[in-house]
Design a protein around this ligand. Structure first.
Ligand SMILES: [Zn+2]
Ligand SMILES: [Zn+2]
Length: 576
């Protein structure tokens, strides 16, 4: 289906027209068309073929013709013409936090700025400061934003990494000579972001594996092509290394290439104390003039000869290492939460706010995942950009949920809400309305620039409200756009623990908020957690696995997470 590509193209047209300074109606037409095509459940190519493009809301004759042209030729003349005037590199400038299309227009119009480098130069040499309405604070924010974007470009988000890795692994697994294949590295450790991908395989014909790997359709450039090791760069500009190793060394190699560096150093120290040596080929006993191999085939046996329990990849970090390696205590690895423990979730959106699927469609997906319950928590009224739900529509939503529930035996839909915490810490619905929800999630979506004190107060106030059960994406992280808020995290944790409020691990791959280090810290405050996906489409509910990785990295077990419980247990646990 080409829907996403066309929606992206139309959105880019809209943004470029906005930077150019075109009239607002024309710009909005493109954004609206992009939105409606992204939300279309059928293939836009089929709709076009059958001459029904005009039936999609927001698609007039001009845009319908453009879609037809792109589908027929793979090109769009108007886009070529537009980017000759307004270069595509301006889209990167729009994406810098705090910039957006209006400022990009100003910088382009007055200073002919078209690239991030030019913007950085103009911000530092004083030219930006001379523009109307641009203050020092604006410039500081822009420079900070450029830094955040640069950092985001060095690493990829977990969703993209997962997609690239699973496609390559699936392709290579089809080869009959491949006996085993794993993704190692920081990806296997469940890191929030990934630098490059390290793949490890065992195969009877390594040359064949290398030949197929370097020729995969996703490969844009081959950087090295060896007998047992190759490196490529994918079309998304991600480096992927693949090594083929012998079966007797597979476990040792997997252990070695999973890392982390810190963890490997720790293992070497432990080995040394026992007169052993550990490397990517195995674990060896050092004898006078030779050495004897003790283990290497599986990770499990490697850990065993070192006298260690199996350490799950997510725990192989410096964080928490003291708990693993403290010699005064028995080395005990906790039972970490697993995907199969999840019985439902509380934070998904429907067409009542900015979700693309109906409540019934979201519920169907939840049932497919084997869940017992799903809370549909749309945005509250103040969040206009996300079509927050007004009071009258809440009644309609409740009736729809009740009607759907009468048809269910072992599954329940819950009425939730993701309620705005305003810039003063007040909630967007009054207590009477809040009392009618099954689950109340409080969240911040505005006023990110406030002081640490103000942001902390907003979150603490929300925890103290007697109806609030969950704080969503507590630190406002947005990969490549926003780093965690500067809040007094200890104070937020205390407020959450004292008021029986659950802190969310948001599994959406560009968020992953709380991240693992904050989960680890919050656990020590006695905070309880909930893992949600914040799905805006049914398929986003598959993101749960990313949140699980974060929870595992933060040392959480089943009992630490609300949505491992049955609904009856949840209802009791939510009581304030
Ligand atoms: Zn939100
Ligand atoms: Zn949300």
């Amino acid at each position: 289906m080409k829907n996403k590509e066309i929606a992206d193209l139309l959105k880019r047209m809209g943004t470029l027209l906005e930077i150019k300074g075109e009239n607002a109606f024309k710009i909005r037409a493109y954004y609206k068309a992009a939105d409606n095509i992204a939300g279309l459940s059928e293939d836009v190519a089929v709709v076009s073929e059958e001459g029904r493009l005009g039936e999609i809301p927001g698609i007039g004759k001009t845009i319908a013709e453009k879609i037809g042209e792109w589908l027929a030729t793979g090109q769009l003349k108007a886009y070529g013409k537009l980017t000759a005037e307004v270069p595509e590199t301006l889209l990167e400038i729009v994406d810098i936090p705090t910039v957006g299309p209006k400022k990009a227009h100003l910088f382009f119009d007055k200073l002919k700025i078209t690239t991030i480098d030019q913007l950085r130069a103009a911000a530092t040499d004083g030219r930006l400061a001379q523009l109307p309405g641009v203050q020092q604070k604006t410039i500081d924010n822009i420079l900070h934003g450029i830094g955040v974007v640069a950092k985001g470009m060095e690493r990829i988000n977990r969703g993209t990494a997962d997609q690239i890795a699973s496609e390559i692994v699936a392709d290579l697994r089809q080869l009959s000579c491949v006996r085993k294949i794993d993704v190692a590295g920081s990806f296997r450790r469940g890191r929030e972001t990934v630098g490059d991908l390290d793949l490890l395989a065992e195969a009877t014909d390594p040359a064949e594996v290398m030949r197929v790997f370097t020729g995969l359709p996703t490969v844009a450039a081959v950087q090295a092509h060896g007998d047992t090791k190759s490196s490529v760069r994918t079309r998304q500009n991600v480096q992927v290394d693949l090594r083929v190793v012998d079966g007797e060394s597979y476990g040792a190699a997997l252990l070695y290439f999973t890392g982390s560096k810190y963890f490997n150093i720790k293992l070497r120290q432990i080995a040394k104390k026992g007169g052993m040596k550990v490397n990517e080929y195995g674990i060896f006993k050092e004898l006078k003039n030779s050495e004897r191999k003790l283990a290497g085939q599986t990770e499990k046996e490697c850990f065993a000869v070192l006298g260690l329990p199996f350490v799950p990849p997510e725990l192989r970090e410096e964080m928490g290492a003291a708990e693993l390696f403290d010699e005064d205590q028995p080395r005990r690895v906790p039972d970490l939460i697993e995907q199969r423990h999840i019985k439902g979730e509380f934070h998904v959106h429907s067409t009542y706010s900015d979700g693309k699927n109906t409540i019934a469609e979201m519920a169907d997906k939840a049932k497919e995942l084997g869940y017992h319950y799903l809370a549909v928590s749309d945005h509250s009224q103040a969040l206009r950009v996300a079509h927050g739900v007004v009071e009258a529509d809440l009644k309609r939503k409740r009736r729809e949920i009740d009607a759907l529930n009468t048809k269910e035996k072992s599954f329940g839909i819950l009425m939730g809400s993701e309620v705005e915490i305003d810039t003063n810490g007040k909630l967007d619905y009054n207590d009477r309305i809040l009392s009618e929800f099954d689950v109340v999630i409080a969240a911040i979506h505005s006023g990110f620039q406030q002081t640490s004190q103000q942001l902390t107060k907003r979150l603490v106030n929300a925890c103290r409200n007697k109806h609030v059960n969950i704080i969503a994406h507590p630190l406002g992280v947005h990969f490549g756009k926003r780093e965690p808020y500067d809040v007094d995290f200890d104070e937020v944790c205390r407020a959450a623990a004292d008021n029986n409020v659950f802190l969310e691990i948001n599994s959406f791959p560009i968020r992953l908020d709380l991240d693992s280090s904050h989960v680890y810290a919050a656990r020590r405050h006695g905070v309880k957690f909930v893992i949600n996906t914040d799905a805006h489409r049914a398929e986003h509910m598959d993101y749960m696995k990313f949140g699980i990785s974060i929870a595992r990295r933060g040392w959480l077990g089943k009992a630490d997470v609300l949505n491992t419980r049955t609904w009856k247990q949840v209802a009791a646990a939510l009581k304030k």
